[in-house]
Design a protein around this ligand. Structure first.
Ligand code: THU
Length: 134
């Protein structure tokens, strides 16, 4: 699913992330997560985590959302919102930070998190300084 809304607000992206978290397939961890990425085109793409009985095959919500954007022809990502009904401030895991870094726009990539009251925005470069790049 993608949406194009002009002047997309980070709060709205968190709402999309919340909505898609309801589709998570997380029977093992019982920890649903939703993510919404904002691409340079202005479109947003959502993804949720989906687990596997072979636990290591699990795909996080963020990587699912990035894959959705790439499959729809996007090249760069400006921001990602992450939401879990189980946890405020649900941070992206290390693997997802590396995957997000591959597609960050020249202006960087904002990571948008749900706090108790309001939102928090952290630049990916703060969460993953000196990342591996070829
Ligand atoms: N998970 C995500 O989808 N994104 C995160 O940022 C953290 C972890 C998922 C993976 C697994 O399905 C469940 O949450 C528990 O680790």
């Amino acid at each position: 699913m993608w949406y194009k809304i002009f002047n997309m607000k980070y709060e709205d992206m968190l709402k999309f992330a919340e909505e898609v978290s309801h589709n998570a397939y997380a029977p093992y961890s019982k920890f649903p997560v939703g993510a919404c990425v904002l691409a340079e085109s202005g479109k947003v793409y959502t993804g949720c985590n989906f687990e596997n009985s072979s636990y290591g095959m699990t795909i996080c919500a963020e990587r699912n959302a990035v894959g959705n954007a790439i499959a729809n022809g996007e090249k760069k990502i400006r921001a990602v919102a992450i939401y879990s009904p189980r946890m405020k401030n649900c941070m992206p895991c290390g693997a997802c930070r590396q995957v997000l870094s591959e597609f960050q726009s020249d202006e960087g990539l904002d990571v948008i998190l749900q706090e108790e009251n309001g939102i928090k925005v952290v630049p990916l470069k703060v969460l993953l300084p000196d990342c591996f790049e070829l």
